[in-house]
Design a protein. Structure first.
Lengths: 267, 299
């Protein structure tokens, strides 16, 4: 039964996933190409020098990892394109899954089969985790290939895998939160809009919190705070706490979503 | 043997009480009609039987066992009133997809149903989104019936079907019942209910108004007869046995007739009648006959 659902999910999302996976891999590869062919750090350094000292140090350290080649490569994993691709998969899969099927009327027919709600829920969660893992690994492949082809000073393999795991947990947390919204909803569009809005606010909170010390107290409330490729790859800071917080967010959101989905009426 | 037992089912959505103590039972081999106007609670009852909606109180038993776990639905076939199949799949892929949820009950009736509903292989190879409403309804019926369920729940099953296919559907339902299967369906087509059902339940605003045999229902049925006369309409038409109400205006009369129609037809034959219309009764007329009386009947 699970296999039946997984096959259906794969067929339904194949094109969207394939495009997203290829895009992220290609994007990370392209970042390596850019770093090797253009003196980005030099050009960006000139721009940064023209800024006020406080903003200069903050931008340099937080977003470009001190404007080194490694820092810019790490920034490729924190770029809005990479984050948006991950969030898009997380949000689309979670909204199509429950609210979308309730809205279309397919859920009523589906759950009238000898299929338990938990099996249905587990199939969607399992498929989303697989899809997000594929996306993360595709980015990893792009970076690894780029480093190899353009003969860049490579990141340690262990650090790269830690980064990919951190990226996967971040996007899984967005999937969990969106699925939680989805089990309370019955309209795909509204759930997707709410999830997108949350992700955007979370991203902006993280940016503002880092740029403006007075807003730094907001940082713990943004999921993006717990994902920092620069800290991990360039500064080799430990990320254990971030991983624990992201994992907790996934466990709580998915647990609550499963609990509510088991109990809600299917309209 | 009782196939389905519904005892004192209650369901509220916030302040709205959708079902208030609904009880009925259906025997194995019975075709049972579930009637009521929109919002009466028919679909809510079906959804509770399927575990899609949770009742606040009450009990459901299928073949003597409590309904609850997913495996109970192995033996149930269901056609929702409004449903949407996956538009990106072909008709055949959809049938296979739903069949795979019941590995223990292969789609033994599929070929027969495809033939009876005149669904050609070329139609099955097209994507659902390109099929007509009627064809989607046929595929929905095949999904519900292909595994030869013991209990068939159908919500307005003949919507969008042409008369030939409706006839085929009736034959299939009769065959189901003759093999000891139970069919419970809601419908607004009275001729269909009359042709198929042994008993009907009538629901109004979440309350069971009556559970009647179809013969009793026919007897209670109030039909509307319109007559035009050459000259003034006879004033004494309302005194004819069976006429419960009459509106007479000049040469025209509208009569509401309950039970045996022979007395009024004989009376009309004695008049200078120009034309008359005696349409098939609508379900609304039946509902009115029950609702006005405000009685509860249990057959």
């Amino acid at each position: 039964m699970m296999l039946n659902l997984l096959r259906r999910l794969a067929a339904r999302h194949a094109l969207f996933l394939a495009v997203s996976v290829i895009l992220l891999g290609w994007f990370e590869y392209l970042i390596c190409a850019l770093v090797s062919t253009v003196d980005i750090s030099g050009a960006a350094g000139q721009i940064i020098k023209s800024l006020p000292p406080s903003l200069r140090s903050m931008l340099g350290e937080e977003f470009l990892g001190g404007l080194t080649t490694r820092g810019i490569l790490a920034f490729g994993w924190n770029h809005p394109i990479a984050l948006a691709l991950g969030a898009a998969i997380a949000i689309v899969l979670a909204t199509r899954g429950i609210a979308g099927e309730i809205e279309s009327g397919a859920m009523e027919l589906l759950l009238s089969q000898p299929l338990s709600r938990m099996n249905y829920f587990a199939a969607h969660v399992g498929f989303a985790m697989l899809a997000l893992a594929m996306l993360s690994l595709s980015g990893l492949l792009g970076t690894a290939m780029g480093q190899h082809v353009f003969d860049l000073k490579a990141f340690a393999t262990g650090d790269l895998f830690k980064l990919v795991f951190n990226f996967l947990l971040l996007q899984s947390a967005w999937f969990g939160i969106t699925l939680l919204l989805s089990v309370f909803g019955r309209e795909r569009g509204r759930v997707a809009s709410a999830a997108f809005f949350l992700a955007l606010i979370s991203y902006l909170v993280q940016v503002i919190g880092r740029l403006w010390p007075a807003a730094a107290f907001l940082l713990p409330f943004s999921l993006y705070t717990y994902y920092s490729p620069q800290a991990l790859l360039v500064e080799s800071q430990p990320v254990g706490n971030s991983l624990i917080i992201l994992f907790s967010a996934i466990a709580v959101s998915l647990g609550f979503a499963a609990w509510h989905f088991q109990r809600r009426d299917i309209p | 043997m009782l196939s389905l037992q519904v005892n004192n089912l209650t369901k509220s959505y916030g302040k709205l009480r959708a079902l208030k103590g609904v009880s009925f039972s259906v025997e194995a081999g019975e075709v049972f009609g579930y009637l009521g106007p929109n919002g009466a609670g028919k679909t809510t009852t079906l959804r509770i039987i399927l575990g899609l909606v949770y009742a606040n109180s009450g009990e459901l038993r299928l073949l003597g066992e409590k309904i609850g776990r997913a495996k109970c639905r192995q033996a149930i076939g269901f056609l929702p009133g409004e449903f949407n199949l996956y538009g990106d799949m072909t008709g055949l892929a959809v049938l296979d997809y739903f069949a795979r949820f019941r590995p223990a009950r292969p789609p033994a009736l599929r070929d027969r149903l495809l033939h009876a509903f005149d669904v050609q292989p070329a139609v099955l190879s097209r994507k659902i989104k390109f099929l007509s409403h009627g064809t989607k309804q046929k595929i929905g019926l095949i999904i519900a019936m292909q595994h030869d369920p013991d209990l068939l729940l159908l919500d307005e099953p003949t919507t969008g079907l042409d008369p030939l296919v409706q006839q085929a559907f009736r034959e299939i339902v009769v065959d189901f019942a003759s093999r000891g299967k139970t069919v419970l369906f809601s419908s607004h087509v009275l001729s269909e209910v009359e042709a198929l059902c042994g008993r009907v339940a009538i629901l109004r605003r979440g309350e069971m108004v009556a559970v009647e045999s179809i013969e009793h229902l026919r007897h209670k049925m109030v039909r509307r007869l319109q007559a035009r006369f050459r000259g003034a309409a006879p004033e004494d038409l309302s005194n004819t046995p069976g006429v419960t109400r009459a509106q007479i205006s000049g040469s025209e009369a509208v009569l509401w007739v309950q039970g045996d129609v022979n007395p009024i037809l004989r009376r009309l034959a004695q008049t200078n009648l120009e034309n008359f219309v005696f349409p098939e009764p609508e379900l609304e007329d039946i509902f009115l006959s029950y609702y006005r009386g405000g009685e509860n009947h249990d057959a």
